[in-house]
Design a protein around this ligand. Structure first.
Ligand SMILES: *Cc1c(COP(=O)(O)O)cnc(C)c1O
Length: 425
């Protein structure tokens, strides 16, 4: 369906029923699949014939959702996972071994920071976090002989920094290594990183893709563009003895990366999504283009309202002209960025808490990017054990409020903020 526009593919791609089959993607709630001969099953294992045999590796419901997401990102294949964390982990482990090194933007999701700095480190993979605003020349100094990939987020959660994807792609490709981009906040509706040189895209589908806060999930998408047969990735270009000697670059061509991720790592790690969650994700994807439009237009209106409010000390939203990242947003996110904004309430930590507790429509939740407007005050929740000084050192001011703007009527969202602001005066 690649000749159709992205809105049409959101709705109709992935699942293509034949005559008399269900119109809507069915939930194949089955761990296993029946065959008439062992010879047939043998061919499935050899990957010489397509088909399903065990839902840890592939399931028809999940498969349709993977095809849809691959289409939306412009990739050649995708692998759904049980969460966004599992997607990032598998994407990295697919090309890195103990003794390897990776480069990551320092402004990434906190969970990914921990995964890289703590858990990957324990597994013998070293990470260097870099300032995403540095030049290619500066960033090049951090590359080592054993550096295997570069990692960044299109729009960083929660700093809302827009990454110069082309710059990171140049850095990676100058060194014959791939660029992996976490595109969770932008979604393929607002940015398709492959068009700017990214090689692999990962998502937490728990955010806008699901969009209703009902199903955790993640996905890895392969552009098919990276040449893994350049001597740096023996895991892809030499026989995999655990999969009867398969050489992914030789036997799978452009799909080397995504095939290895499935038949080797998903086989061994088992962080598979359930067919039911894949069904829910598919429902979310059907309206992704509509929801993103409204999330972005609502967020821009709220950001503009806050910018002109005397009780607010600062507002950070890439869509605002005042944003340091406005030029990058114009280039990479011309149709809108995301629905998440952050801002400071005058009066510091105390005023921020009072403001938050006075909100009626916006609920305090540890989640972003679903239909309902929500808020979080890191200083009094996720980072409450830190002093004001420690918070500042970590780039989080005590007055920082992160607000995920939903798709309610924007006048109601602004009225809620307005009444809560009167409580702190
Ligand atoms: C939430 C999030 C993740 C982690 O995803 P889970 O589905 O919660 O495991 C990764 N990256 C970004 C940008 C996120 O916002």
């Amino acid at each position: 369906m690649s000749n159709y526009k992205i809105e049409t593919r959101c709705i109709q791609d992935g699942y293509h029923p034949k005559n008399g089959e269900p119109r809507v993607l069915p939930i194949y709630q089955s761990t296993t699949f029946k065959y008439d001969s062992s010879e047939h099953v043998g061919k499935l294992f050899d990957l010489t014939e397509e088909g399903f045999f065990y839902s840890r590796l592939a399931n028809p419901t999940v498969d349709c959702v993977e095809r849809k997401i691959a289409s939306l990102e412009g990739g050649i294949g995708a692998l759904c996972t049980s969460s966004g964390q599992a997607a990032s982990l598998i994407a990295v482990l697919n090309i890195c071994n103990s003794g390897d090194h990776i480069i990551s933007s320092s402004t990434i999701y906190g969970g990914t920071t921990n995964l890289f700095a703590v858990t990957l480190k324990r597994m013998g993979i070293e990470v260097t976090f870099v300032n995403p605003d540095e030049s290619v020349e500066e960033l090049q100094k951090e590359i080592k002989q054993n550096t295997k990939l570069v990692f960044a987020e299109t729009i960083a959660n929660p700093a809302l920094i827009v990454t110069d994807i082309e710059k990171f792609a140049v850095l990676a490709h100058n060194n014959n290594i791939p660029l992996i981009v976490d595109n969770t906040f932008a979604t393929p509706i607002n940015c398709r990183p492959f068009e700017f040189g990214a090689d692999i895209v990962v998502h937490s589908t728990s955010k806008y893709m699901d969009g209703h806060a009902v199903a955790l999930g993640g996905v890895i998408v392969d552009s098919g563009n990276f040449n893994w047969d350049n001597g740096k990735f023996p895991g892809l270009s030499t026989p995999d003895e655990s999969y009867h000697g398969m050489i992914y670059t030789r036997d799978c061509g452009k799909a080397a990366f995504i095939t290895k991720a499935r038949v080797q790592l998903m086989r061994d790690l088992g962080s598979t999504p359930s067919p039911n969650n894949a069904f829910l994700l598919n429902l979310g994807l059907e309206t992704l283009h509509l929801r993103m439009e409204r999330h972005c237009s609502n967020a821009l209106k709220v950001a503009q309202y806050l910018e002109n409010n005397e009780n607010i000390s600062w507002v950070n939203y890439p869509g605002l002209k005042s944003s340091k990242y406005h030029d990058l947003a114009e280039k990479y996110l011309p149709n809108g960025s995301c629905g998440v904004i952050s801002y400071g309430v005058k009066g510091g930590r105390e005023a921020a808490v009072k403001f938050m507790d006075s909100l009626k429509l916006a609920a305090i939740v540890v989640h972003v990017a679903d239909t309902r407007t929500s808020v979080l005050h890191p200083a009094s929740t996720t980072h409450r054990q830190l002093t004001d000084q420690q918070l500042m050192d970590g780039g989080i001011t005590p007055d920082l409020i992160r607000m995920s703007i939903g798709i309610e009527n924007v006048e109601d969202i602004i009225a809620d903020i307005e009444q809560a602001l009167t409580k702190i005066q």
